[in-house]
Design a binder for this molecule. Structure first.
Ligand SMILES: Cc1cc2nc3c(=O)[nH]c(=O)nc-3n(C[C@H](O)[C@H](O)[C@H](O)COP(=O)(O)OP(=O)(O)OC[C@H]3O[C@@H](n4cnc5c(N)ncnc54)[C@H](O)[C@@H]3O)c2cc1C
Length: 438
């Protein structure tokens, strides 16, 4: 019997879960093909810990073939979907074109860095959406501090030891909180003749930290950040970014060599090119995650505008919590089309959020109960460990080592600034400057 071919484009939270669910429930009837640029599922919520030297990058990268043995992985990046011909066109890692025919399609390509039209930002800022950017930031922070520690010019020293993060959502907040601890550790290891205190600034046009989350989580994060010496400036953004620093809205110029851009994400540009209805760049789907007029096409995760049945008139937020569960619903509704399951709408009440603030600190509100301090830190780490589809022992081992040893403060310099441009449709890949041969 010929199996129905389901192509899943993007193996992140939604795509990975969809593949796993189809493998479990419909393996005999369905051939699952995963198209993804990398051979791993990236556990994004722990990325700030990679940048801060707590976790090694492979800990947050879960092997696709190792954990989804019944799916076929095709390495590549979708460039176009021909909905009439039911074909996905892609380019493989050696930039060769390829195509995949499908009977059913799940689009789960996630999101990319959001840009704002502020002069200099595209040239001088770096985002925080993929592993290459986390590796770049880790090395860059170490390098800047190594240079600052032994810099005789006090102005230059101060600029190199100043790090500006724009966006106080969970990504920016975690980057600043973890980054401040990491930078202090690097400076201690450098033992400069004259002590240089690394300075972190966290800016947001909102009036508080973590504006999209429970106010109590924002309050906790704000306190922890300030205690660590982070200069938290709310109601503030930047007017311009230059090679030498950033010009703030109020006219102050902050000399710095580092601008981390965490103002949010926008859906992957592949979605816009489909010529279908979108909502703020996300592909419009019905509550069953089906694309209207295309019963064979489903979409889930950050790339999809999914009606939130728990909040009338709204769409589900771009979070891993939703993407993961939407992947399961998409798989179920694909199976339902084959008569193997009952079709179900997507409905999920938020279970709360967990923010890792580094060290033993966290801010969390599981099931609405606001937690702070070490208890929240433990809940946050426990939650991440439970949520990871693999590598748990390795992650736990890194946490243990971090608790008893000093951080490794070397920079390998493998990912350079030009390899991680802010404006990219592929934050998961470092840009390669190709020679004639791959
Ligand atoms: C630093 C950071 C921290 C976060 N922390 C949290 C948190 O604590 N809790 C939470 O709920 N959410 C968190 N999020 C948000 C969460 O990670 C996203 O909402 C979630 O990853 C969305 O899942 P997804 O499947 O839609 O996309 P992703 O998980 O991003 O997966 C998209 C996949 O598609 C692939 N892809 C992209 N383009 C193509 C293409 N053209 N062809 C083929 N494949 C493609 C990508 O390589 C990737 O594998 C965080 C995000 C970031 C960046």
């Amino acid at each position: 019997m010929k199996r129905t071919r389901v192509v899943i484009v993007g193996a992140g939270f939604a795509g990975y879960r969809a593949a796993r669910a189809l493998n479990r429930t419909a393996r005999r009837h369905v051939e699952v093909v995963l198209l993804n640029p990398t051979d791993y599922f990236l556990y994004l919520p722990l990325l700030p810990q990679v940048a801060a030297g707590v976790l090694e990058p492979r800990r947050v990268s879960v092997s696709l073939t190792g954990t989804l043995p019944h799916s076929r992985l095709v390495l590549g990046e979708a460039t176009r979907v021909d909905l009439d011909a039911r074909t996905v066109h892609y380019r493989d890692p050696e930039d060769r074109p390829g195509e995949l025919g499908y009977d059913m399609l799940i689009l789960s390509v996630g999101s990319v860095n959001r840009l704002l039209p502020i002069p200099g930002v595209a040239e001088h800022a770096h985002g925080f959406r993929g592993l290459p950017e986390a590796l770049y930031l880790r090395d860059h922070v170490v390098r800047q501090l190594e240079m600052a520690a032994h810099e005789p010019d006090p102005e230059e020293r101060r600029a190199r030891a100043t790090f500006v993060v724009v966006g106080a959502g969970y990504t920016g907040t975690e980057v600043a909180a973890q980054g401040a601890m990491f930078a202090d550790a690097v400076m201690r290891a450098e033992r400069p003749g004259e002590w240089v205190k690394p300075r972190w600034l966290l800016l947001d046009i909102a009036d508080r930290v973590l504006p999209e989350l429970d106010e109590r989580l924002g309050g906790t994060a704000d306190r922890v950040l300030r205690r660590r010496g982070v200069d938290v400036r709310m109601g503030m953004s930047i007017k311009e970014a230059t090679r030498d620093g950033v010009l703030l809205d109020d006219g102050e110029f902050v000399p710095s060599r580092t601008l981390v851009w965490c103002v949010g994400v926008r859906p992957d540009p592949l979605v816009a090119d489909l010529g279908l209805d979108t909502e703020r760049g996300r592909l419009v789907v019905d509550s069953h995650l089906n694309v209207p007029d295309h019963p064979e096409v489903f979409a889930a995760g950050d790339a999809a505008a999914v009606p939130d049945l728990t909040r009338e008139g709204q769409f589900t937020p771009m979070t891993a919590q939703h993407a993961w569960r939407q992947g399961k619903t998409a798989a179920r509704n694909v199976a339902a089309r084959l008569g193997l399951a009952e079709r179900r709408p997507y409905e999920h009440h938020d279970l709360g959020f967990a923010v890792d603030l580094g060290g033993v600190q966290g801010a969390a509100n599981p099931l609405g109960a606001a937690l702070s301090g070490p208890l929240a830190g433990a809940v946050t780490r426990g939650y991440h460990l439970m949520s990871m589809p693999g590598n748990r022992v390795r992650v736990g081992a890194d946490w243990l080592l971090d608790a008893v040893l000093t951080r490794q403060t070397v920079q390998l310099g493998m990912v350079r600034s030009g390899s991680v441009p802010l404006d990219t449709a592929s934050p998961e890949l470092a840009r390669v400057f190709r020679a004639d041969h791959p």
